[in-house]
Write a protein that binds this ligand. Structure first.
Ligand SMILES: [Zn+2]
Length: 265
């Protein structure tokens, strides 16, 4: 609550560090960023030493962001507990990218998977939508959760039509808490993948409030959008070779969720 939002300097430093790492570790520059689904053995997740995060809503040092391999690993919907869509969805062609927050205060990132299930329940049960409203969720530590299929139009309670919008939602209430650098960077990674995959320009990145009467995605996040920092971060990633996107499934995905809930990821 009383943590200041990351400054422009901190944000740019985080971005610069990320791009440097990504560029150095990428053997070749792909022109297209496909979605791949991987189910690595669970033992693959145990090779690194994990240090429990303490106050997980605090901004994280830039070096902790897990994008060094140049692939965004989105946790498979079944692994975080999302049910299958409840009915047919409307397909669309993505031509812009829109950023949201959940408006739920994230007191500790260990709660992120449970909160994702709360949102899904609210959307599918309370509102009667066929699926989570968003295509991807991103938590405070930069973990990415697979949501509604990107081929399907999202949903909204507000007065705009999300047809054509790639919807990326950051877990948290950024009118009332700071947004961690790791979370911003992961959102930028997902958007950079989306920009290349859907062939849309980063200049289309906007906040929900640019489209409808809402404070979403919160003042502390929106400032990074309105001042162009997020767009620039996405452009920098694309220039360095945009990240691919892998849907992490099976034991490895379940282990990741367990690690998040234990404060280890
Ligand atoms: Zn929104």
């Amino acid at each position: 609550m009383n943590v200041p939002p990351i400054s422009r300097r901190q944000f740019l430093a985080a971005v610069a560090g990320l791009v440097g790492v990504a560029a150095a570790t990428r053997a070749s520059t792909a022109t297209k960023a496909p979605i791949t689904t991987t189910t690595p053995a669970s033992s693959a997740t145990t090779s690194t030493t994990r240090i429990p995060s303490t106050t997980t809503t605090m901004p994280q040092p830039a070096g902790t962001i897990a994008t060094a391999v140049g692939v965004v690993q989105a946790i498979c919907r079944s692994a975080w507990g999302e049910r299958e869509p409840s009915g047919p969805m409307t397909s669309h062609t993505i031509d812009r990218m829109t950023v949201h927050h959940t408006a739920s205060l994230l007191e500790g990132n260990q709660m992120a998977p449970a909160l994702a299930r709360v949102h899904e329940n609210r959307h599918m049960v309370d509102r009667g939508w066929v699926d989570l409203a968003y295509h991807f969720l991103v938590d405070a530590n930069g973990n990415v959760y697979e949501g509604r299929p990107v081929t399907a139009v999202g949903d909204t309670m507000t007065d705009y039509d999300p047809t054509g919008h790639f919807l990326v939602c950051a877990e948290g209430d950024f009118n009332n808490q700071a947004i961690p650098a790791a979370q911003v960077s992961a959102v930028a990674d997902v958007l950079a993948w989306g920009a290349v995959h859907f062939e849309v320009d980063p200049s289309t990145i906007q906040g929900h409030r640019d489209w409808a009467t809402t404070s979403c995605p919160g003042d502390n996040f929106y400032s990074l959008i309105s001042e162009g920092n997020l767009e620039q971060a996405v452009r920098d990633r694309i220039a360095a070779g945009a990240p691919g996107l892998s849907i992490l499934c099976g034991d490895a995905a379940e282990q990741r969720v367990a690690d998040i809930e234990a404060g280890l990821a």
